[in-house]
Design a protein around this ligand. Structure first.
Ligand SMILES: [Zn+2]
Ligand SMILES: [Zn+2]
Length: 254
């Protein structure tokens, strides 16, 4: 299985990063994408990918949009390494926390959409409580030819269908799928089918049941995969094979 969205370079893994990656490999997690959230964080993601044979993305999270550098493209160019940097992300809009002003979030998203299109790489999106503006920005600036994933998707069936049908996006599904309260999400996942699903942990956040409340890690991906197997009434092996194929179709160098 592939963990398409992790933050393994996060300080929460400083004490036991190597052991965490080892546990992941033992649990059958063949590859992990460690995702950048601002410029310095993207640099750490790249270093982590180089040290442990992982893959990384570069991006400025909507929370950090306010601190984005002048000229994002040249700052990204200085970091970009096609051997490890497979995507631009995570980028998007987050009106739940509003850590950056909304107009700044939108401008920074737009610049990064243009960058992804220029680099011809897929995009990893973060969207929370900003769905309508997010769709407006996608319609204006997203080039679907290189694909993308809406990570930690927690919307309903209607939103899921729109993202998949209009933009060909994939949905990143993580620990939330296992939460008791997530019936609408399970319905949404069923509505688009397993061909639209990528597995992710978003670790160290959002550990699945029965690990909920603990620091999340890639080895816990199995719990989400088991829930997905139940949902589609298929075997765990089939979930692994199908979601791996989806991940590699989006990120060919995985
Ligand atoms: Zn996110
Ligand atoms: Zn994340």
């Amino acid at each position: 299985m592939i963990d398409t969205h992790a933050h393994l370079h996060d300080a929460k893994f400083d004490e036991d990063r190597e052991a965490t990656i080892q546990r992941a490999r033992e649990a059958g997690i063949a590859q992990m994408m460690t995702v950048g959230c601002d410029l310095a964080d993207s640099k750490r993601a790249l270093e982590c990918a180089r040290s442990y044979g992982l893959r990384a993305s570069i991006g400025i999270h909507p929370h950090e949009a306010i601190d984005a550098p002048e000229g994002i493209a040249s700052a990204f160019d200085a970091l970009f390494d096609p051997a490890f940097h497979l995507a631009v992300g995570e980028i998007g809009l987050d009106y739940y926390y509003d850590h950056s002003p909304r107009d700044v979030q939108r401008r920074v998203l737009r610049e990064q959409l243009a960058y992804a299109a220029r680099r011809k790489v897929p995009t990893i999106f973060h969207q929370r409580d900003a769905f309508d503006d997010f769709i407006t920005e996608l319609r204006a600036g997203f080039d679907p030819s290189f694909g993308g994933v809406v990570h930690c998707f927690t919307g309903d069936a209607e939103q899921a269908r729109l993202l998949v049908d209009e933009f060909g996006l994939r949905l990143g599904i993580g620990g939330v799928l296992t939460f008791k309260s997530a019936a609408p999400l399970r319905e949404a996942v069923r509505a688009v089918g397993i061909e639209a699903v990528l597995l992710e942990t978003d670790c160290p956040y959002l550990a699945p049941v029965p690990m909920r409340g603990r620091r999340n890690e890639p080895a816990f991906l199995t719990h989400t995969a088991i829930r997905l197997a139940e949902l589609f009434a298929i075997s765990l092996d089939e979930v692994a094979a199908r979601t791996d194929a989806n991940a590699r179709a989006l990120f060919p160098a995985l």
